[in-house]
Design a protein around this ligand. Sequence first.
Ligand code: ADP
Ligand code: MG
Length: 253
Amino acid sequence: MTKIIAIANQKGGVGKTTTSVNLSAGLATIGKKVLLIDTDPQGNATSGVGVNKSEIEQSIYDVLIDELPLEEIIHKTGIEHLCIAPTTIALAGAEIELVSTISREARLKNAIKKVQNDFDYIIIDCPPSLGLLTLNALTAADAVIIPVQCEFYALEGLSQLLSTISLVQKHLNEDLLIDGVLLTMFDVRTNLSTQVAEEVKKFFEEQVYETIIPRSVRLSEAPSHGESILQYDPKSKGAEVYLQFAKEVAQHG
Ligand code: ADP
Ligand code: MG
């Protein structure tokens, strides 16, 4: 069975893309066949796995708007078992163009159907908004992972995300589950990180993953080399925890 996971939080800079790339790389490293789908027009997941955006002719934009088969845009990456469905900035226009299309929330779900048997995991990196691109991801997904940054106002906006998820469950995808909440950019040197982690655990209880992602310079450097942390610095703490996180996600079945 293929598991489709959306990485969502409408707040920017909470670690969605870093988690999408490195969770995908981690799952591929433990032998799973993984497709990473980039639905953020910024395309950071696309470049984060080494795909040069300026060389892409067709992207997830063409899949969503012109119903181009998803398989036609799938590229291999430098990691065995990891493929990417890339995006370009053209996708920024899709949010508006989708409004007037038929089955506008289900376009990604329908596109995935034809390729999903080729993969064990499909990871969808969402943009920082709750617009039609994120709705497409949540409609296509079996589960959602919510990264939460260990910073001031961590919980702010989460109630809006949770109510969007329940609306999707009610109207578009009744099988959608919250796989878990991932604490990111945890800084061991600050009390603030510990306080935020406790607050998030009080709110989400056992939905919070055991794995916590620390703040690490190596994790923020890797994307500029077009590499996941598992390629860029496989011995680093960041590589160790994202691999551990991939195992935790895989255990969820
Ligand atoms: P989002 O996709 O939610 O906007 P990103 O994954 O792009 O968030 O992360 C935002 C910024 O923080 C990026 O510059 C990224 O490299 C950096 N970053 C993400 N996770 C970590 C981490 N654990 N430690 C240090 N920097 C991180
Ligand atoms: Mg991002």
